[in-house]
Design a protein around this ligand. Structure first.
Ligand SMILES: NC(=O)c1ccc[n+]([C@@H]2O[C@H](COP(=O)([O-])OP(=O)(O)OC[C@H]3O[C@@H](n4cnc5c(N)ncnc54)[C@H](OP(=O)(O)O)[C@@H]3O)[C@@H](O)[C@H]2O)c1
Length: 265
C-alpha cells in the first residue's frame, strides 16, 4: 500500500496513527500529515512525522484520513477538490455528523471513493470500534482493503449510514461514560478506606477481568451476574440498591441524550 495521509492530526488522527504504529506493520515514514498551526507542524516534525501541505498529502497518498473537526472540513475540501486523479484515492472521513451526501456535495463530484466512519479513541491501543459506511464507486476488493486496514486498530462494523449517530453515542462518546463510571467506582473505594489511586486500580482490574471473563466464556451479562450473586449475600444487597436507583435506565437515557445531540449537529 502507498502512503497513508492524515489531514488533521489532533486527538483522533494521532490515535489512529499511533494505533497503526503499534501493530508493527507501519513506521512513521508510511504516513504523511497536514495540520493547521505552525506549532503542531513543528511538534510533529520533531517527532519524526513527515509534515506537508494538504495538497501534497493527497497527492502522495493512496488512502487519506480526514481527521479535522467537521467545521474545518469545507475549507480542507475546497483546497483539494480540484486536484487531479482524486478518483484513484480513498478518502476515509472520521468527521462526526458529516453525511456521505454532504461530503460528495463538498467535493462537487460523484465519482470519488468516500468512506464515512465513526471511530473511537480506543483505536490508539488497538481496541477501538469503527463503524463504517461506504459510498459508491468501491470495488469489493477496495472495501476489503479499507476494512482490513481499520481492523488493525479495532473492531470494524459495516453499518447503514442512519446508524452513525447511534454509534457516535455508544462507541464515540462511550469511553467518556466508561471513564466516569470507573471514577465513581474509585470514589466508592475511597469511601470504603482506600486511597484513590489504589481504588482506581482495583476498579480498572475489576472491569478488565469481568470483560475478559465474559469474552472468554462467551457469557451473557445476566449469567455472569448470577454467578456472583449468592442468596442473601453482599452482591444482592448492592444490586437491589442499584436497581432501586434506576442505574440501568439512567445509562440508557445517557446514551439517548448523546444520540439526540449527535443527530442535531
Ligand atoms: N476525539 C474523539 O474522540 C473523536 C471520536 C470520533 C470522531 N472524531 C472526529 O475526528 C475529527 C477530529 O477530531 P479531534 O478530536 O481529533 O479534533 P482536534 O484534536 O481538534 O484535531 C483537529 C486537527 O485538525 C487540524 N486542522 C484544522 N484545520 C485544518 C486544516 N485546514 N488543514 C489541515 N489540518 C487542519 C488541527 O491542526 P492543529 O493541530 O494545527 O490545530 C488538528 O490537528 C472530528 O471530525 C471528530 O468529529 C473524534
Amino acid at each position: 500500500m502507498g502512503k497513508i495521509g492524515f489531514i488533521g492530526f489532533g486527538n483522533m488522527g494521532r490515535a489512529i496513527a499511533e494505533g497503526l504504529l503499534k501493530t508493527g506493520n507501519f513506521s512513521k515514514g508510511d504516513f504523511i500529515v497536514s495540520v493547521k498551526s505552525a506549532e503542531s507542524n513543528e511538534k510533529l516534525r520533531r517527532e519524526g512525522f513527515k509534515v506537508a501541505n494538504t495538497n501534497e498529502v493527497v497527492q502522495e497518498s493512496e488512502v487519506i484520513l480526514l481527521a479535522v473537526k467537521p467545521k474545518d472540513l469545507p475549507t480542507v475540501v475546497s483546497q483539494i477538490k480540484d486536484l487531479p486523479l482524486l478518483e484513484k484515492k480513498i478518502f476515509i472521513s472520521t468527521c462526526a455528523g458529516v453525511e456521505l451526501r454532504k461530503l460528495n456535495e463538498l467535493f462537487g463530484k460523484n465519482n470519488l471513493k468516500l468512506v464515512r466512519t465513526m471511530p473511537n479513541i480506543n483505536v490508539k491501543v488497538g481496541k477501538g470500534v469503527w463503524a463504517v459506511t461506504f459510498g459508491e464507486n468501491f470495488s469489493a476488493e477496495e472495501r476489503e482493503k479499507v476494512k482490513k486496514l481499520l481492523a488493525l486498530t479495532g473492531l470494524v462494523l459495516e453499518v447503514e449510514e442512519n446508524l452513525m449517530d447511534s454509534i457516535t453515542a455508544l462507541a464515540g462518546s462511550g469511553p467518556a461514560f466508561v471513564a466516569e463510571i470507573l471514577d465513581a467506582f474509585a470514589q466508592g473505594g475511597v469511601k470504603l478506606g482506600f486511597k484513590y489511586e489504589t481504588a482506581l486500580k482495583i476498579a480498572v482490574y475489576t472491569f478488565l477481568g469481568t470483560i475478559s471473563l465474559m469474552e472468554e466464556d462467551n457469557l451473557h451479562p445476566a449469567i455472569l451476574r448470577d454467578r456472583v450473586t449468592s442468596p442473601a449475600g453482599t452482591t444482592i444487597y448492592g444490586l437491589s440498591k442499584l436497581n432501586k436507583e434506576g442505574l440501568k435506565g439512567t445509562i440508557v437515557e445517557v446514551l439517548e441524550e448523546a444520540y439526540k445531540r449527535a443527530k442535531s449537529l
